[in-house]
Write a new protein. Sequence first.
Length: 288
Amino acid sequence: MFVSAVNKGDPLQKISFYFISMLLAVALSLPSYAQVKDTLQRGAVKTDSLQKDSARNILTLPDTVKHLQSKFPSYIPPAAFVTYGLLSLKVKFIRNIDYDVRDDMNKDHPGFHTSVDNYLQYAPIISVYGLNAVGVHGKNTFIDRTLLLALSEAIFAGTTFGLKRITHRTRPDGSDNMSFPSGHTGNAFVSAEFMAQEYGERSPVYGGVGYAFATTTAILRVYNNKHWFSDIIAGAGFGILSTKAAYYLYPLIRNSLFRGGNEKSNNNSLLLPTYQQGRFGLTFAKSF
């Protein structure tokens, strides 16, 4: 049994095992540079989804969004993460791994605490917008990638916060019963997959950096005694799948909303934020 083998080593070896195991598992799910297949609509201008974030097009919505199709194997690692986490709710052997990891961490680093994970989860998102700001442009325009991110976060929140209330798992530190799955970890992997989707076609290094931030966030959640090992594994899976789902659904929703399902339409749309009497909103305009 792999846990028993690890327990025979010194504390550093045990911690390294769990850390490296997580890294290797996540590395398998780096998707974008290998998985994304462009299926640009027939006759569409190919530069629109790669255009720069100029003042002229930052809020306009040209109707040439790429339809992105992820190859099936890229869904296997995150689906396996989710399955592992769900099994931990019922399978004693998997649940015992949680206790072993918790005991190892508490023994090797008693009283450990950091708030870095509260901020590190957003590092890939900040990186995406920062890179675009300095001229290293990703796959989508400002408005498209922002809506993609919002949709990813919405899918993730709708899934995981419902599960937290249903599973009612107590955190390792006993602070509440909202442990499963890890929200910080899931959000970090939403961010990492977002960065991989936007920049993976340029270089796998971008995706690797995003996933390194996310993995570090996950490990720190365990070190902080806020989550069980299976919590962060499930959170990672839900985060990755949420972003993948958003990148699959968004072109369908967008083209249906802004083009009425007509791929040959030349209609343009404009979406603007508004603020009136203390309330934020959106103004939508469309040319026919």
